[in-house]
Ligand binder design. Structure first.
Ligand code: PHE
Ligand code: CO
Length: 277
C-alpha cells in the first residue's frame, strides 16, 4: 500500500497513467528474474500449509502460479468471475488517495518489478512477489474481498477526516500482519507474513510476540514497526468478524482516538485478551 519510506522509490514512475497504472510489459522480465520467481514461490508455497489459513492455501494451490512470473491478464480472467476484483499493474507504492480509490473500485494494485537475488529474504518495498503471493489469493475469498473494498471506501473518507494514520494501522494489523483462529490452530492471513520466510514461523509459533484478540479501536490506536518482525499481532476469529466489526461508521471512533495517546507497538494493556501459543 501507500506507505512510509525514507528512501527514493524503487519503481519507474515515468510512464504512469492518471491513476498510476502501467502495463505489465511481460517481455521485459529476464530469464534470471523468472528463475528467482520460481525459487521464491517454491520456498514459500512449501511453508504456507503449516502457517496460513486454509482459505489462502486452497486458492494458492488452485491458482498454481509457481512456474514463472504470473501474467496479470490470466489471473484477472479467473478473478473477475470469482469476486469481480481485478489486478492493476503499478510501479510501486502509491499516494494514499490513489490507492484507496483503486480498492474502492475492486482493483488491487500490484507492483511490476521483482526484487534482486540479494533481496531474496527481505525487500524494503513491496515487489511483485509480495504483492502477488501475499495478497492475490485472498482476493478470491468473497468476504475478504468485500472487506478490502470497504477499506478503500473508508480510506477515501478517512482522508477527509484527517484520520489516515488510524486507518493505516488497521490495514497493517489485518491485511498485512493479521492472524486468525482456525480449527487447526492459529494461522495467518496477512500478506506481509505470508510472503516472508522468517516471519511466517515467528508470527504463528514464536513465544516472543504478543497476540491480542482483535479489537477495532485498540488496533487503530496502536503504533507499528515497519523494519522488524511485529511485536504484537491481532487475532480474528473469522473474516466475517472482521467485516462486521469494521462495518459501522468510523467517524465517532476517529474523534475518540484523537483524544487518546497511541499505544506502543510492544505494549500490552490490562484490557487485552491475550492468546497463547
Ligand atoms: N466503516 C468504515 C468507515 O465508516 C469503513 C471501513 C470499512 C474501514 C472496512 C475499514 C474497513 O469509515
Ligand atoms: Co502488502
Amino acid at each position: 500500500m501507500a506507505g512510509q519510506t525514507n528512501h527514493p522509490l524503487r519503481g519507474d514512475y515515468s510512464a504512469i497513467a492518471a491513476d498510476y497504472t502501467v502495463t505489465q510489459d511481460y517481455a521485459r522480465y529476464t530469464e534470471s528474474e523468472q528463475q528467482l520467481w520460481k525459487r521464491l514461490y517454491a520456498r514459500q508455497s512449501a511453508l504456507v500449509p503449516q502457517y496460513a489459513c486454509d482459505e489462502f492455501v486452497d486458492i494458492l494451490g488452485a491458482l498454481n502460479f509457481g512456474a514463472g512470473i504470473p501474467h496479470f491478464d490470466e489471473i484477472n480472467a479467473k478473478l473477475s468471475s470469482a469476486t469481480g476484483w481485478a489486478l492493476v499493474a503499478v510501479p510501486g507504492l502509491l499516494p494514499d488517495d490513489v490507492f484507496f480509490t483503486h480498492l474502492a473500485n475492486r482493483r488491487f494494485p500490484v507492483s511490476v518489478w521483482l526484487r534482486t537475488l540479494a533481496e531474496f529474504d527481505y525487500v524494503v518495498e513491496p515487489d511483485i512477489f509480495h504483492d502477488f503471493f501475499g495478497h492475490v489469493p485472498l482476493l478470491f475469498n468473497p468476504t475478504f474481498a468485500d472487506y478490502l473494498e470497504a477499506y478503500g471506501v473508508g480510506g477515501v473518507k478517512a482522508k477527509g477526516l484527517n484520520a489516515l494514520d488510524y486507518l493505516a494501522r488497521l490495514y497493517w494489523y489485518t491485511v498485512e500482519f493479521g492472524l486468525i483462529q482456525t480449527p487447526r490452530g492459529l494461522r495467518t492471513y496477512g500478506a506481509g507474513i505470508l510472503s516472508s520466510r522468517g516471519e511466517l514461523p515467528y508470527a504463528v509459533n514464536s513465544p516472543k510476540p504478543n497476540r491480542v484478540a482483535f479489537d477495532l479501536q485498540r488496533v487503530m490506536q496502536s503504533h507499528y514497526k515497519i523494519d522488524t518482525f511485529q511485536e504484537t499481532y491481532f487475532v480474528i476469529e473469522s473474516f466475517d468478524e472482521l467485516f462486521l466489526a469494521t462495518a459501522p461508521d468510523f467517524t465517532p471512533y476517529y474523534a475518540a482516538l484523537a483524544t487518546r495517546d497511541a499505544i506502543a507497538a510492544n505494549e500490552v494493556l490490562a484490557t487485552d485478551r491475550l492468546i497463547r501459543v
